[in-house]
Design a protein around this ligand. Structure first.
Ligand SMILES: O=C(O)C1=C[C@@H](OP(=O)(O)O)[C@@H](O)[C@H](O)C1
Ligand SMILES: C=C(OP(=O)(O)O)C(=O)O
Length: 432
């Protein structure tokens, strides 16, 4: 599907979709349990990949009409899957499920789409091998397809912290049901650290004790997963909230408001987007008790933003920077290159088609902004949900039409994204 947007003013009230990160973890945690109910789960292409994996490990997932998931788990012992696990486009699924597969008494094969088959898995495979499993890339290049043979007993392992925090999450979630537990020593500083905080929060909510240590993280073995009262509720997603928030900041009139509901505080580092748009000059009010954010339009100024903890915000910040006056410098961005696409280059190149000048370094992106220079263009969504959504924001204020090719990939994290834009008053057309 291609989507064409024309310049639009936005206003109105929208609801944040449920968090993708919390949904992945709670579906897998429910899989590790005897049984559990997950309410308000995100049902997107990525979270369905995790659900499929839980079923292949012997779990059963029943999705009710209201979106609630009733999950019969595999009770700490994944069965050997009867088929290859297709993780589709989802890095989180591949990392978390690879460690779960290492608990099974047999061999699991994991694969994914072309993008996922180019992302780094090597440090996790080495860690699992150090812990007693066999874990290999079929092409011996650290990328999927992966072949994992368990069971793993546990122990102490060291791993780099600057490639993906998902390796740590994967080891902590699996470690809780090993015999010996797992202690993780970080070889380098941890990037995307708040995502491990999310993991610790979900583990605690499922009655599993895991902790930070002087050298990294640790989880004792022999634990059981069970949420209090048998139920777990997923909070709203701040990476997804970044899009309506940025839309309001760049395309709401000064006397109009975009209201976002479902924005309750949690461990998500991406809630930093509220402070970022505020620092750029937008008029923002976040009522943490009611979980409501109000934003009105204003002229924005370029700022410096460190995305070490918040890699998924880079595309949104790049568009905000393109609209702001002056330079926006995004630092600590190297790990943003290891996502569905190299998002640093993708945003530089696609915004470039819209007349935006950028300066790209390995670890940073400077956007030389100016709203008056944004021109509508035909751009590629790069088969990457966040690139598509960030470019759609640019289309709200560009001069003339903006067409985004391959826009259906928003279903990875935000299936209702274009419906939400329409609810806010955006004029757009979908073409198959
Ligand atoms: O654990 C998670 O839910 C995620 C961790 C982050 O990845 P890295 O840890 O690989 O940076 C983030 O970019 C991804 O969208 C979701
Ligand atoms: C990078 C992302 O997810 P994943 O790593 O799960 O593919 C994302 O949602 O932006």
């Amino acid at each position: 599907m291609n989507v064409t947007l024309t310049p639009s003013r936005v206003a109105g009230t929208v609801r944040a979709p449920p968090s993708k990160s919390y949904t992945h973890r709670s579906i897998l945690a429910a899989g590790y349990s005897g049984e559990a109910t997950v309410r308000d789960a995100l049902w997107s292409a990525d979270t369905q990949a995790t659900a499929r994996a839980v079923e292949l490990f012997g779990g059963d997932i029943d999705r009710r009409d209201d979106g609630t998931l009733e999950i019969d788990g595999f009770d700490g012992r994944p069965a050997v899957p009867a088929d290859v696990i297709d993780c589709a486009n989802s890095g989180t699924t591949m990392r978390l499920v690879t460690a779960a597969a290492a608990l099974a008494d047999g061999t699991t094969v994991l694969t994914g789409d072309e993008s996922l088959r180019s992302r780094p898995q090597g440090p996790l495979l080495e860690a699992l091998a150090d812990l007693g499993a066999e874990a290999e890339s079929t092409r011996r290049n650290g990328q999927a397809p992966l072949v994992v043979t368990g069971p793993l007993t546990g122990g102490t392992v060291s791993i780099p912290g600057d490639v993906s925090s998902q390796y740590i999450t994967a080891l902590l979630m699996a470690g809780a049901v090993t015999d010996e537990g797992i202690a993780i020593d970080l070889e380098t500083d941890l990037k995307s650290a708040p995502y491990v905080d999310i993991t610790l929060e979900v583990l605690a909510d499922f009655g599993v004790d895991a902790r930070k240590t002087d050298d990294g993280f640790a989880v004792d073995g022999g634990q059981s997963y069970a949420p209090a009262g048998g139920e777990y509720a997923v909070p709203g997603d701040f990476s997804s909230i970044s899009y309506p928030l940025a839309a309001g900041a760049i395309a709401a009139a000064e006397d109009e408001t975009v209201r976002i509901e479902g924005a309750h505080p949690s461990a998500q580092g991406d809630s930093a987007i509220v402070e970022i748009v505020e620092r750029m000059g937008a008029d923002v009010d976040w009522d943490r008790d009611t979980g409501t954010i109000d934003v009105s339009g204003a002229s924005l100024e370029g700022i410096e933003v460190d995305v070490e903890d918040t890699p998924d915000l880079l595309p949104t910040i790049a568009t905000l920077g393109a609209v702001a006056d002056g330079d926006t410098l995004v630092t600590n961005a190297e790990h943003v290159r290891y996502k569905e696409t190299d998002r640093v280059s993708a945003m530089a190149e696609e915004l470039g088609k819209m007349g935006v000048e950028t300066t790209e370094e390995r670890d940073s992106l400077t956007i030389h902004g100016s709203a008056s220079e944004l021109e509508g263009a035909t751009v590629s969504g790069r088969d990457d949900h966040r690139i598509i959504m960030a470019l759609a924001l640019a289309g709200l204020v560009a001069d003339g039409e903006t067409t985004i090719k391959g826009a259906d990939h928003v279903d990875v994290s935000f299936p209702g994204f274009f419906d939400m834009l329409e609810e806010l008053g955006v004029a757009l057309e979908r073409r198959e």
